[in-house]
Design a protein around this ligand. Structure first.
Ligand code: NAP
Length: 290
């Protein structure tokens, strides 16, 4: 049995959808099983599990052969994922597909990447087989820009015109499904990107076309950007710091696309153009109704 954590997430939803197409049942795990939208294949189960609660993980992992491990970013991430890894090993799971991040390393300037490195090390230490997915920025996160674009025609960032990789979460889910169902893919470490990079000035142009009115990119120095995220967008300090660190990383470590998604899925990755077009309505100013 394949167990899938974070079953309400976009990536797990796509993963479960792909398993369903293949007729492969799974055990979809969530803290909120009633909110799981994916339709798993016959023979599947949807169950409660919380990584804060070892006994729920034990019950959820019992008898399973493989695990897809994903976790919300946050100060508790390392503890939660490390617990899931320990319980998976204890329950005899043989293969874990872990959603990680690019450049996960002990000396990464991005705190979240250091957490991912520590979790990967914990996973390696158990002796379970591991597949590591290293996606770059999720296209779906660009929807967070939608209110500023729709209402003010503005994007605020701190990465200048640096070229950034984006990937559609649905492609990540399909790669995860490949790792769980194809032995030649299992066990690798994969850097996942779309097929081209985009800088914020280019994204502003693309959104301007969709919005039917110009979108301006405002570039701030890192400290001002972090303060903007805390004071204007109401983000917690750690998240504002994380976003600022990621944006600085794009300046110090130029990003290039890989052909990994095309190689594994035997088709081109979804494009940012098509993702933004699918979501155009979110970026358009709402008509005011009285
Ligand atoms: N955002 C990016 O651009 C990006 C880029 C590269 C890598 N990543 C990595 O991708 C990972 C996932 O990011 P995301 O944005 O997809 O995360 P997300 O949607 O915020 O969270 C993924 C899932 O984590 C599960 N979760 C949270 N707390 C849990 C707990 N206590 N026990 C069990 N499950 C729990 C939730 O599932 P339920 O609510 O269903 O329980 C949630 O659906 C992160 O670790 C991040 O570092 C993100």
């Amino acid at each position: 049995m394949i167990t899938v954590m974070g079953a309400t997430s976009r990536i797990a939803e796509s993963l479960i959808g792909r398993l369903t197409e293949l007729g492969v049942p799974c055990r979809a795990l969530s803290r909120r099983p009633d909110l799981v939208r994916a339709q798993p294949a016959p023979g599947s189960e949807i169950r409660y599990a919380d990584a804060a609660d070892s006994s729920s993980l034990r019950a959820a992992f019992r008898g399973a052969a493989q695990l897809f491990l994903t976790m919300t970013n946050g100060p508790a991430q390392l503890e939660l994922e490390a617990r899931a890894v320990d319980v998976a090993a204890e329950q005899g799971i043989g293969h874990v597909v872990k959603l990680s991040a690019p450049m996960a390393a002990p000396d990464s300037p991005v705190a979240v990447s250091r957490w991912h490195y520590a979790i990967e090390e914990a996973l390696r230490a158990t002796g379970m087989a591991a597949t590591i997915l290293r996606p770059y920025a999720f296209m779906q996160k660009l929807l967070l820009l939608a209110p500023g674009v729709a209402e003010h025609g503005v994007i605020v960032g701190s990465s200048g015109a640096a070229a950034c990789n984006y990937i559609d979460c649905r492609d990540i889910g399909e790669v995860a499904a490949a790792a769980l169902t194809r032995t030649e893919i299992a066990g690798g470490a994969y850097v996942l990107t779309g097929s081209q990079t985009y800088g914020y000035p280019r994204i502003a142009e693309m959104l301007g076309d969709l919005r039917g009115a110009p979108v301006r990119y405002v570039d701030l120095p890192p400290d001002e950007f972090r303060a903007h995220l805390i004071e204007r967008s109401g983000l917690p300090n750690w998240l504002a710091a994380h976003i600022t660190e990621i944006q600085q990383l794009t300046l110090t470590h130029p990003e290039h696309p890989t052909d990994t998604v095309a190689h594994i899925l035997d088709r081109a990755p979804r494009t940012l153009e098509s993702f933004l077009a699918e979501n155009a309505v979110a970026f358009r100013a709402r008509a005011v109704t009285r």
